[in-house]
Design a protein. Structure first.
Length: 424
């Protein structure tokens, strides 16, 4: 039977054929090494779990250095067309082109396909070296808004006509010029944060928490300083939670209102009752404080919804607590259209290209996320458990080997074979 495409049905759900075509970008630098290993494990898990009743047909699409060498373009239009047509795809790490044009291929893909939710699960695998005492307490899923904030790329270099025009506009606003310390040598960046963009991201985070029976969604923001962007993100988030999810949630805003209307004891009783009835608690934390809480009280957080720049910092900081970005998966998703690109979250590490030495876990676990997204949960669980067993037995690649006692050093391909041996 010929492979078929994933499609979105009339009810807004993915229809996934048993023999499915999924496009991939192998990536630059170490990309080919980690992609070969990941593909090997993904195929083996699907075969073992479904006895050939399900199968993935891989379709290569070009981006990065390989695309540039073959087509003269870093991100060919044909690649975007394939990603749009097939809905779900996976990619290795891509280099950032030097010079003008595309600032980041990863950002370009997110913007072009409107992949508004960057989803980063962060959890610890037993035995992974960590700089914190209790990495097992870190178990979060981060929803990072992907299309707005400073990553929109609206910047004007110091001394350019565009910067001068913006400066003239600001000079006409009362009191504004006092806030620009060195106007003649300033570059400018614009930080767009919309109600529509914020709501769709926060809605996705809440739906995920409810579907997975998780206790909290935390809105992380810097609204104490940026009141009309990050502060608005928080306000819009609370309003959306109460308006669209009703008695399924209890918000800190409701707690604050109960405290004002009655007293703190009454508010605390309300909160306790909400937890007892299994309601999802929606709260918020200032971004700099949250970076402390990751270390001090990670157990208090399960799902996090935040803006683009905050999400960048938080994703890397939480990944560090569980062993580093080399084991951190990621997905970029538009839950409305179904489009999703699953990706390694680390860089290309070009000096290790073609050495067969690097850890493929980030890309492999992104593949696990992809399997979960298309509903192939058995294969996803099988890979996750096999990876855990492999690490616990200390049969690992160089990054973990250097931090473990009595470990066995494996090449990237050998690590993949070891995981396959442990798939049940």
């Amino acid at each position: 039977m010929a492979a078929e495409k994933i499609v979105m049905n009339g009810e807004g759900k993915l229809t996934v054929p048993d023999h499915v075509t999924i496009p991939f970008i192998e990536g630059d630098g170490i990309g080919p090494d980690v992609w070969r290993a990941s593909k090997m494990v993904l195929d083996a898990a699907v075969e073992k779990c479904y006895n050939n009743k399900r199968r993935i047909e891989w379709l290569e699409m070009l981006a990065g250095e390989k695309a540039f060498n073959q087509t003269g373009e870093w991100l060919p239009a044909a690649t975007l067309d394939i990603a749009r047509e097939y809905l779900v795809s996976i990619k290795g790490p891509l280099t950032t082109p030097v010079g003008g044009g595309i600032r980041s291929l990863n950002v370009a893909l997110r913007q072009e396909l409107d992949l508004y939710a960057c989803v980063r699960p962060v959890r610890w695998f037993h035995g992974v070296p960590s700089p914190v005492v209790h990495p097992e307490n870190v178990d979060m899923v981060i929803f990072r808004e992907n299309t707005e904030d400073i990553y929109a790329g609206i910047e004007f270099a110091s001394g350019t006509p565009e910067a001068e025009r913006l400066l003239k506009f600001l000079q006409g606003e009362p009191g504004m010029m006092k806030k620009i310390r060195f106007p003649d040598s300033s570059g400018f960046g614009i930080k767009p944060v919309s109600k529509d963009g914020s709501e769709r991201l926060i809605r996705a985070a809440i739906l995920y928490a409810l579907e997975h029976h998780l206790p909290t969604v935390t809105l992380v923001h810097k609204g104490n300083i940026m009141k009309y962007t990050e502060g608005a993100f928080k306000i819009w988030g609370y309003a959306l939670a109460e308006r669209e999810f009703g008695d399924k949630v209890y918000t800190w805003q409701q707690w604050e209102n109960a405290k004002k209307t009655h007293d703190e004891d009454t508010a605390n009783k309300e909160l306790k009752q909400a937890k007892a009835h299994g309601k999802l608690i929606i709260n918020d934390v200032i971004a700099d404080n949250f970076l402390q809480q990751i270390l001090l009280a990670p157990k208090d957080y399960s799902v996090v919804a935040t803006l683009n720049l905050n999400g960048d910092y938080i994703s890397d900081a939480t990944a560090a607590a569980v062993g580093g970005i080399g084991i951190a998966p990621g997905a970029n998703i538009n839950y409305l259209t179904g489009h999703a690109v699953f990706e390694a979250t680390h860089g290309t590490a070009p000096r290790f290209a073609d050495t067969d030495t690097m850890n493929p876990s980030s890309l492999l676990l992104s593949g696990v996320m992809m399997l979960e997204y298309i509903g192939w949960h058995e294969a996803a669980v099988a890979i996750t458990e096999a990876l855990g067993v492999t690490i616990m037995r200390k049969r690992v690649t160089i990054d973990f080997y250097n931090l473990m006692h009595d470990a066995t050093l494996l090449k990237t391909s050998e690590f993949a074979h070891e995981i396959i041996k442990n798939i049940k």
